[in-house]
Design a protein around this ligand. Structure first.
Ligand code: PLP
Ligand code: COI
Length: 342
């Protein structure tokens, strides 16, 4: 470890690290990619990514384990989601091997910035795929850039494993019923900026969106999926074609079922039935598991477990998930990819 940072209090901010990966797609194929120290992208002013949002991104983390090694959590799942997003936006797929090897290369090259074990910090990797080139009509690009940059991060929401409050939004949607909600594209986040800013100004951590067709069902948080725990020890998470299929959420569904003896269910969650949940949380790569204390919906304020205490099931899920990610608890097969340092 040669750099010295306040590892326990990193927050979630951009930091320019020494190395990033970059590959270009030209003439119908990916060209040989590699690491670069140049943190600036060079692209045509008419690139479709800039005008028509032909772009996609991902988010995953590298973890420092107790023995000092570095590992990734389910990077193949991020590769596959990026492939599904690429299909939706008519972009070329990044092959899984290329994606995973590039993640490893970025983590390895910036290993001095992978926070020490026990600080709670991680190295956040941000893969980005953009359509570039001289095109002005509304059509897909012929050329693409795939890059992965990284930065050390701490908590996304205030306090980490501490309850915070969220605002249920009836006025704005982040995605259309048959739009791009299930794809990880910048446009969904552009649509969430205004309602997100409003919620934060009111003191909430983020917005919880409702289904865009009827506004009767919980969809997801602006930056994470939603889950609730019923009094019958069920782990419930909304099913909908317009939410982002969270890798953390699917991991928790598996762990709740296989490790914690719970019933794990994906189903519709009615906003009028929130009282069925004794605990609730937001889950995602950046959010990890962030307990939801209370939710404001119109004039109603509903508290799940407590505004100040973490519920016991949420805590157990957090310990199981992060125990696996940091290498303290045995992972289900294929979930952990080691980054060899040499
Ligand atoms: N939902 C949204 C809108 C997100 O931005 C994210 C973050 O990636 C998630 C859910 C969680 O997905 P994952 O667990 O794959 O990080
Ligand atoms: C993530 O958790 O990786 C995200 O993409 C969420 C947010 C930072 C947009």
């Amino acid at each position: 470890m040669t750099v010295s940072l306040d590892w326990e209090n990193l927050g979630f901010s951009y930091m320019k690290l020494p190395y990033r990966y970059l590959a270009t797609y030209k003439d119908g194929k990916w060209q040989e990619g590699g690491l670069t120290e140049d943190a600036t992208l060079h692209l045509s002013e008419s690139s479709p990514a800039l005008h028509y949002g032909q772009q996609a991104f991902e988010g995953l983390k590298a973890y420092r384990t107790k023995d000092g090694s570095i590992q990734l959590f389910r990077p193949d799942q991020n590769a596959e989601r990026l492939q599904r997003t690429a299909d939706r936006l008519l972009m070329p797929q990044v092959p899984t091997d290329m994606f995973v090897e590039a993640c490893k290369a970025v983590a390895r090259a910036n290993s001095d910035y992978v926070p020490p074990y026990g600080t709670g910090g991680t190295l956040y990797l941000r893969p980005l795929l953009i359509g570039v080139g001289d095109i002005i009509g509304v059509k897909p690009a012929d050329e693409y850039i795939f890059t992965i940059f990284a930065m050390p991060v701490g908590n996304y929401f205030k306090g980490g494993l501490a309850p915070t409050n969220f605002l249920i939004q009836d006025q704005y949607d982040r995605a259309a019923p048959h739009g791009t909600g299930a794809a990880k594209v910048g446009g969904n986040y552009a649509a969430s900026l205004l309602p997100g800013q409003y919620a934060k100004k009111q003191g909430f951590s983020d917005v919880i969106y409702l289904d865009p067709a009827t506004h009767t069902k919980i969809e997801e948080v602006g930056s994470a999926n939603f889950f609730g725990i019923t009094k019958n020890n069920e782990f419930v998470t909304p099913i909908s074609p317009s939410i982002l299929p969270s890798i953390t959420k699917y991991s928790l569904l598996y762990l709740a079922d296989h490790r914690l003896g719970m019933k794990a269910i994906e189903r519709e969650v009615l906003v009028d039935d929130l009282a069925e949940f004794v605990e609730a949380g937001a889950c995602g790569t950046a959010a990890v598991i962030s307990p939801i204390g209370g939710v404001q919906h119109g004039d109603d304020f509903h508290v799940f477990y407590s505004e100040t205490e973490v519920g016991p099931v949420t805590r157990k899920l957090y310990e199981e998930l992060t125990g696996i990610q940091f290498g303290d608890i045995e992972a289900p097969e294929g979930w952990i990819v080691k980054v060899d340092e040499n």
